[in-house]
Design a protein around this ligand. Sequence first.
Ligand code: F6P
Length: 319
Amino acid sequence: MKRIGVLTSGGDAPGMNAAIRSIVRCALHEKLEVVGVLRGYDGLINEEIRTMDHASVSNIINRGGTILKTARSAEFMTREGRKRAMDVIRKNKIDGLVLIGGDGTYRGGIALTEEFEIPCIGVPCTIDNDLNGTEATIGSDTAVNTALEAIDKIRDTATSMERIFVVEVMGRESGFIAMQVAVGGGAEDVLIPERKFDVEEMCHDIVEGNIRGKISWIIIVAEGAAKGEAIARQITDFTSLETRVVVLGHVQRGGSPTAQDRILAARLGAEAVGLLLKGESGKAVGVVSDEINIVDFEFAVRKKILETDKIYNLMKILT
Ligand code: F6P
């Protein structure tokens, strides 16, 4: 192994830059050459490749987004696209790839390693924290903190104006952010794709609370469970109480990574380079109980089970 490539793909997440920095500097430390591939798998297909040196990753540890840019590549989903990507890999004498991203990125890695002889190692980086084999993905802690900061501010106005706020957070298929901010933000209820929910029952609780003198509510909705607007309408129709909706959206994907995300990025980036040097491929790095954990891509992309009963019940007790 003489020369490795690094790319970021799929939805960006805070800490991608810290991961790139770790990979580039650890690889240089091991006397490897490093190239950065721009715009994820699209950049592989279109040969958007830059040599990376020590200075290429200066002053990025604290920056959100990704200096390599990212994309969701439709072309790479086709066999023809992957063949073109492989031609570029060969032409540029890239001996191994570190793929930074989420499940779509790992699926790309599965296709590449199955169809061609190119070692690939995955670094988990998505705000959704929906990959198996790791308790945390890089970016998820920052996203939770960003959402929480917004919810704290919403609480001020919700309490002052005695209103019900429905806050929609990201997570098309994952209730991770929603569950975390519901507990951390003292929400009254949370709707996530992993749990059955009954909006009417929630409305009954609101009416009962209102009779007891409760004046404001914060209801968290994961985008994959329902539309915040629709839930707010249902609440108003049922309770005749005033509601407001806040969709936090892509704000959750930006910003300077938290300490946890930066440290995770440093550790996992180093581990990924080490695995390539050991001749490993088709694996994803992660952490479990603060120890490095390595799993196959296939396992990493299986539907992650989010245990919610205990934490949901606790949230209800605490409201
Ligand atoms: O990266 C994960 C994620 O932020 C999901 O939570 C969200 O559903 C999706 O990406 C949004 O993707 P896009 O930015 O392509 O609209």
